[in-house]
Ligand binder design. Structure first.
Ligand code: PHE
Length: 402
C-alpha cells in the first residue's frame, strides 16, 4: 500500500495507518533504511517554490544548493556525493503532505529538509515520523512542529523566544506602552507568535490595545485597521507573512495611521518592501525579529555572503542562511553517524553540539530545537539594517554549564 494523498487528507490522519505505512516503507528498504543509493546520498527538500510564499522556498533552496555544492566539491561525506531533490508544494499544506509522502515511499531517501512555513511542516512531519526518516526544518518556528516525534528537528529558535525578543525590544528600546496586534488566524506561526507577544508585552508592563484577525490570502484589511485606529496604538505588531504584511502597511498609512509596524521572521523576503509600495514608503523604519543579519562582521558570515553573492548575484536572506545551515548540519550529522542509516542519523542529529553555522552556533536540545540568539532588523529603503542581538533568556545559565 502506498500512502496516497487522498488517504492522508481524508479526515484526521489515522496514527495506526501511518505507523503501518512506516513499517511497510521500513520493510522495503530493510533495517534503518536510507543510503541504498550507491554512491550518492539522497536528500529531499519540500518547499514553496511557487505560490503565495514562493520566496520562502526559492531562497531556502538557494542556500541548500550552495551548501551542497561546497560539500560535494570537498569530496562529499563518507565518500558519497549529495543529491538534493527539491519538490514544490505550491505554498499549500495539502501539497506538502503529498510531496513528503512521495519522499517517504522512496527507499533511498536518507533525510528530508523543509518546510519554512510552520503549518506545512506540522502537516508533513507525521508522514516522515511514521516512515522514520529524519526531517530537519530550516526555519519553522512554531513549537508544535518538533513535538510530532523524535525524527523531527529544526535548526532555528522557536516562537516563545521570538515573541519575547520583539516584546522586549518594543518595551526597552522603543519605549512602547500601547501596541495593537494583527494576526493571521489561519496560520499556526502567526497565531502562536501573536499569543506570545501579547503575554510577554503585558508581563513587561505594556498594554495591548487591540488584537484583530485576518486570513492568509485576504487583500482588504481596512475594517480591521478601522477597528484598531481609535485605540491609538503606538505601534502595530503584525506577525504574518510578507505578502499580507506589505498590503496591511499600505492600507494603515492610507487610513492615516503613521505608527511603526513590527513583525517576525515571516517578513523576510526580497519582495517585502515592494509589496508595501517600495523603498521609503509604508514599511520605512519598521522593525522585525529574524535569524541572522548579513551585516554580521564575523568572518563566517562575510565569507558566506561573498560566495552567495558570487553565485546568485544577490544578498542571502535569512531563509537562504537557514537553508545553508540545515544542509551543512545534516552533512555533519551523517559524518558523525558514520553511515547514512536513518536511525544512526537521527541519533547523531539529536546530539549536535556547537555546530558552527552562519546563523550562529547550533546546539540541538532535548526537544530537537535549537537555542540561538535572534536579531532585530530595521527597514531602511530596500535594506534590512541590523539593530540588535537578543540572547535567549537562559543563555548565561547554559554558557556557565559548559
Ligand atoms: N518562522 C516562520 C514559520 O514558522 C517561517 C519563516 C522563517 C519565514 C524565516 C521567513 C523567514 O512559519
Amino acid at each position: 500500500m502506498r500512502v496516497t494523498r487522498a488517504f492522508l487528507l481524508r479526515g484526521v490522519l489515522p496514527v495506526a495507518a501511518l505507523a503501518a505505512a512506516g513499517a511497510l516503507a521500513g520493510c522495503r528498504q530493510g533495517g534503518g533504511g536510507g543510503g541504498g543509493g550507491g554512491n550518492e546520498i539522497l536528500v529531499g527538500h519540500f518547499a514553496s517554490m511557487t505560490g503565495d510564499t514562493s520566496t520562502f522556498g526559492t531562497e531556502t533552496d538557494r542556500g541548500i544548493r550552495l551548501a551542497m555544492e561546497e560539500l560535494n566539491a570537498a569530496g562529499g561525506v563518507l565518500g558519497k556525493q549529495f543529491r538534493v531533490q527539491t519538490q514544490d508544494d505550491a505554498s499549500k499544506v495539502e501539497e506538502a503532505v503529498t510531496v513528503v509522502t512521495g519522499f517517504a515511499n522512496n527507499p533511498d531517501m536518507v533525510a528530508v529538509l523543509g518546510e519554512v512555513a510552520s503549518s506545512r511542516s506540522k502537516a508533513a512531519a507525521p508522514v516522515l515520523q511514521a516512515a522514520q526518516i529524519p526531517m530537519v526544518s530550516p526555519s519553522s518556528t512554531n513549537p508544535d512542529v518538533t513535538k510530532v516525534g523524535d525524527y523531527i528537528f529544526r535548526v532555528c529558535f522557536i516562537d516563545p523566544f521570538q515573541g519575547y525578543v520583539m516584546a522586549k525590544f518594543a518595551r526597552e528600546q522603543l519605549k512602547m506602552d500601547r501596541v495593537a496586534i494583527l494576526r493571521d488566524q489561519k496560520n499556526d506561526y502567526s497565531v502562536g507568535l501573536a499569543n506570545v507577544f501579547n503575554d510577554e508585552f503585558k508581563k513587561m508592563g505594556g498594554t495591548i490595545v487591540a488584537d484583530v484577525s485576518y486570513k492568509e490570502g485576504d487583500s482588504d484589511f481596512r475594517s480591521q485597521l478601522a477597528q484598531v485606529k481609535p485605540q491609538r496604538p503606538q505601534a502595530l505588531y503584525v506577525p504574518g507573512y510578507y505578502g499580507e504584511v506589505g498590503t496591511i502597511a499600505r492600507q494603515a498609512r492610507e487610513l492615516g495611521m503613521n505608527v511603526p509596524l513590527m513583525g517576525g521572521d515571516g517578513w523576510d523576503s526580497p519582495q517585502l518592501v515592494a509589496g508595501a509600495g517600495g523603498p521609503g514608503k509604508a514599511l520605512e523604519g519598521a522593525y522585525f525579529s529574524n535569524h541572522y543579519s548579513k551585516d554580521d562582521k564575523s568572518e563566517r558570515v562575510q565569507t558566506f555572503v561573498k560566495t552567495f553573492r558570487a553565485k546568485y548575484g544577490s544578498d542571502p536572506s535569512a531563509l537562504a542562511a537557514m537553508g545553508y545551515d540545515a544542509m551543512k548540519l545534516l552533512a555533519d550529522a551523517i559524518t558523525r553517524a558514520g553511515s547514512p542509516d536513518r536511525k544512526a542519523l537521527r541519533d547523531a542529529l539529536a546530539t549536535t553540539q556547537n555546530f558552527k553555522g552562519v546563523t550562529g552556533d547550533i546546539t540541538i536540545d532535548a526537544q530537537r530545537n535549537a537555542t540561538k540568539p535572534a536579531v532585530v532588523l530595521q527597514i531602511q529603503g530596500n535594506q534590512f539594517v541590523y539593530r540588535a542581538t537578543v540572547q535567549p533568556p537562559d543563555a548565561a545559565k547554559s554558557a556557565s554549564a559548559k
